[in-house]
Design a protein around this ligand. Structure first.
Ligand SMILES: [Zn+2]
Length: 497
């Protein structure tokens, strides 16, 4: 990692830049299995910090964690028609349970034991609605058992041939919430509550501004009544669906016979919701903030928030600056900052700066002999700017600097999004926008699937959401961008990941 490897500039090739940032920061790597990725410690730490924040929010709203099996009987997937349609083309299947030695050597030394074929193949979960609602049917009898609010942290498998680290991989990590409610209104409120949590997390923790809204029928989850999403705009002006919540209605309750007795004694199907965010968020974080020098991690999710780099020439200086570094590390650590002290002898300060920059550390504190004498460190922000900080009072100043960096990242990302948002465009302007820089285009929509399909074919853009009121244009569009018929809703279009 000591060698200065070049990161392809964003302007030259965004996709190459993205991969270079991940490789250089050692966030993830390609695995021997095509389509899968290895999440390296720094990338996994970001995911753990994300998990912790989200998990606290789920718990604070009454959700409890549970765990369901990775294998689902194939017949379960067939029970909800839209669901099977949506996932059939990307499931991995377990058909046998044993291998046997063939007596040959090399690659042919083992083969599938045909006598071990399963009577019913097992699907490796692409999502867990079916197996969870099969269990809900067993656990829910009365209105007193409702609402049932569960979440699980796990891996899922959706067979993908085109891999993009964190964004699209065959196996990925996520959380999936699954709830059951007595009424449609409660299920709707739950889907909305979680959408709010996702937005809050994206904006407060990831410093990634998002739009919220509802998906059109063509983009909704297979088997859902309604799907809501948070959508972010990446630096290449492509949209990223960063999280979804689904009001599943009674579709799964009917398929899996999840019924409850009402207070009046009647038997009713429950109303379900499901919702998830995944390791894709790590990709979103990278593409929202990072630059041509590497990762920029928002302080709240940075595995290392501050790194202390002592600078010395002589042994005497080394012992002096490292002593101050030790004390500083202890003080910052005690103040709750995730801090590292870089005392490596084999690297020059410049090489260390380069490495920590690539790894996205928000704050670098440099201490040389003259700084020690002056009772200060030089604080360099990953987002730009260098200034001295008094050692006295640094325990308060460092967290304040991190907060400023966090707020600055959000403001910059939001400004960029707004600069790449187009409102009230004509068909011609829309076509030019999508052919050119791209971004979020707000326009009228007739509600017709034909217009959606035609626009996708012409520009690659899809409706990301029908935005919630807060994001809508001051004046509602009157006609459909494409066909000119009356508009039924304003839509936000973008080319997307
Ligand atoms: Zn139309």
């Amino acid at each position: 990692m000591a060698q200065a490897q070049r990161i392809t500039p964003r302007a030259q090739d965004f996709s190459e830049w993205y991969n270079d940032v991940i490789m250089q920061a050692e966030l993830a790597d390609y695995s021997p299995v095509r389509g899968c990725m290895v999440i390296r410690p720094l990338g996994y730490r970001i995911w753990e910090l994300m998990q912790r924040a989200l998990d606290d929010m789920f718990a604070a709203t009454g959700h409890r964690n549970a765990y369901f099996p990775v294998f689902i009987p194939m017949s379960f997937l067939a029970k909800e028609a839209e669901h099977v349609e949506g996932f059939a083309k990307e499931v991995a299947l377990v058909t046998h349970t044993r291998l046997k030695a063939t007596g040959k050597t090399g690659a042919g030394a083992v083969a599938v034991d045909p006598s071990s074929a399963l009577d019913e193949p097992l699907v490796v979960r692409p999502t867990s609605e079916t197996i969870i609602y099969a269990m809900f049917a067993k656990w829910i009898q009365s209105y007193r058992d409702l609402p049932l609010l569960l979440n699980q942290w796990c891996n899922v498998v959706r067979w993908e041939l085109r891999t993009r680290l964190f964004l699209r991989t065959t196996e990925f990590l996520w959380q999936e919430g699954h709830t059951a409610h007595a009424t449609e209104g409660e299920a709707e409120a739950e889907a909305r509550l979680i959408l709010g949590i996702y937005r809050n997390f994206a904006e407060e923790w990831m410093a990634m501004p998002v739009l919220t809204g509802v998906k059109t029928d063509s983009e909704k989850f297979a088997g859902a009544l309604r799907t809501y999403a948070i959508e972010a705009l990446m630096q290449d002006n492509k949209g990223l669906q960063a999280g979804t919540t689904h009001n599943l209605g009674q579709n799964f309750a009917k398929a899996f016979e999840v019924k409850y007795q009402t207070a009046a004694g009647a038997l009713e199907h429950v109303w379900n919701t499901s919702w998830g965010v995944s390791t894709r968020l790590v990709g979103g974080l990278i593409m929202t903030h990072s630059d041509d020098n590497g990762l920029i991690a928002p302080p709240k999710l940075a595995p290392v928030q501050a790194v202390i780099v002592p600078i010395w020439k002589t042994d005497q200086e080394r012992s002096q600056v490292s002593g101050v570094g030790d004390q500083l590390k202890a003080a910052l650590s005690k103040a709750g900052i995730r801090v590292e002290l870089d005392l490596r002898d084999n690297l020059k300060p410049g090489a260390k700066y380069f490495e920590w920059e690539a790894k996205g550390v928000p704050l670098r504190l440099e201490i040389g002999p003259r700084d020690v004498a002056a009772g200060q460190v030089v604080a360099a922000r990953r987002t730009g700017g260098k200034s001295p900080l008094r050692l006295e009072g640094i325990v308060a100043a460092a967290p304040a600097a991190l907060q400023e960096i966090q707020a600055g990242l959000f403001a910059t990302a939001k400004q960029r999004r707004e600069e790449h948002s187009l409102r009230g465009a004509t068909k011609q302007q829309f076509l030019e926008f999508m052919k050119g820089s791209g971004g979020f285009a707000y326009a009228g929509f007739c509600g017709g699937g034909e217009c959606e399909a035609a626009i996708k074919a012409a520009t690659g853009a899809t409706i990301r959401v029908l935005p919630d009121p807060e994001f809508r244009s001051p004046e509602a569009p009157k006609t459909c961008l494409w066909c000119g018929e009356p508009s039924v809703a304003e839509a936000v279009w973008a080319q997307a990941y």
